[in-house]
Structures are given as C-alpha cells and as structure tokens.
Design a protein around this ligand. Structure first.
Ligand code: IYR
Length: 220
C-alpha cells in the first residue's frame, strides 16, 4: 500500500464494443447466482478461497483503512459449535422475535431454524467489521465501516460465484456468538456469515423473480 505520493494509474483501456460486451457478460454471470441452502460436503479446490478473499480485500474503503477481517472456518468442531449457537438464536427468532409479517415474507424462501448448511458446507467465511482500528491497544477512528464492509462482501460474493462456487449470505441474529467462538478482538463485530461450497446434488432453490430494470433504475 502506498501511503504517500502518487503513481500512474494502471488502466487497461478497451474499445467501446469490448466495454459493452464485458458488461453484458458479467451481468449474465451474476444473474445466475442464487443463494444456496443445501451444500455438498465436497472439499474445495486449493487456494480458491484465498484468491476470492484477496479480491474482497481490494475493495475501496473509508480513508483506505480497510475496516474488515475475514475468518475462514473449516474445522468440523468449530462449524458444529457455530451451527448449534446459530440454531439456538434462530429458534427464538422463528418462535417469537421475528413476528407475523416477517415470517410471512420469508415463507416463499422456505427457511426455518434448522441450519445444516453450517456443518455441510466445507468452509464458512465470517466477515467482521472493525468498528474502530486497534493496533497495540491503540484505538484509531474508522470511517464508513458499514459501506466499506458491504462493498467488500459484494466483491467476495461475486468472486466466489464467478469462480464456480455456491454461497449463502446468512445473518443468524444476533451474531455476537461468532465474536466469542472465533475469539475476535474487542473492536470487531460479526457482519455476515457466508457458507461456501458446491451445491448438494439435489439442491433446489425457490422460484423467485427479480425486478425488471425499469422498476429499479431511473434515468434523468
Ligand atoms: N436469519 C434467519 C431469518 C431470515 C431473515 C431474512 I430478512 C432472510 O432473507 C432469510 C432468513 C434465517 O437465516 O433463517
């Protein structure tokens, strides 16, 4: 990371047709991404998660302070503890915390308080946001933490998908148990839990629709 001075921008300029084609091709790839809740226990190819995390780590952030940490959990005993803690919270969510309207909105997705994917998926990536910097017990202000970590999470999901892996954005709530189980420093809060792997052989996903462009884009 260059902290002082400026260097020439490395920018590969493409002709307009190539720009249009690249945009179309990436759009088509991203449209095939689906949240997967049934994972195969198959292992992942060596090195893929690290590459995708490096893509995530290239995200822009407030004052370039990169206020994120990623923990990759592959140890079966840890995955089991995370599943048990998540299911305990989710039982309460589904029983009384979420309320009728919320449960009704979730009905089409077929979710419930059982989270076998937390043990089946070969890796869980837990993203932590750093509410403030903490180096050698010295606090440092962080800026736009939610925005920065959200962008990094988006980069990660796109990277994993285009690599050929399935993901789920899981937010067992509240997520404090992840800070404890994974023994995170006191400046870190769990942000998102992403199971990663191959979909189970017979995996099904809900038949959802997406808004058409005119319903979410305004041109002026
Ligand atoms: N966290 C719960 C409930 C849940 C909430 C929303 I909003 C979703 O889009 C999906 C699930 C769970 O994981 O089951």
């Amino acid at each position: 990371m260059t902290e002082k001075g400026f260097i020439p921008l490395a920018f590969e300029r493409k002709d307009p047709e190539s720009v249009a084609e690249a945009a179309r091709a990436f759009r088509a790839v991203m449209e095939t991404r689906r949240s997967v809740r049934e994972f195969s226990r198959e292992e992942l190819p060596e090195g893929v998660i690290e590459e995708c995390l490096r893509a995530a780590g290239s995200a822009p952030s407030g004052a370039n302070l990169q206020p994120w940490s990623f923990v990759v959990v592959r140890d079966p005993a840890l995955k089991r503890r995370i599943r048990e803690a998540a299911e305990a919270e989710e039982r309460e969510n589904y029983e009384w915390r979420m309320g009728e309207e919320w449960l009704k909105d979730l009905e089409p997705l077929g979710t419930d308080d059982h989270k076998p994917f937390l043990e089946d998926a070969p890796a869980l990536i837990v993203i932590f946001r750093q509410a403030y910097g903490l180096e050698d017990e010295v606090k440092r202000k962080h800026y736009y933490v939610m925005e920065s970590v959200g962008i990094a999470a988006g980069f990660l999901l796109a990277a994993l998908h285009q690599a050929g892996l399935a993901t789920l954005t899981h937010t067992p709530s509240p997520m404090g148990f992840l800070e404890e189980i994974l023994e995170r420093p006191r400046n870190e809060r769990a942000y998102l839990l992403i199971p990663v792997g191959y979909p189970a052989e017979d995996c099904e996903v809900p038949d959802i629709t997406r808004k058409s462009p005119e319903d979410f884009i305004t041109w002026k």
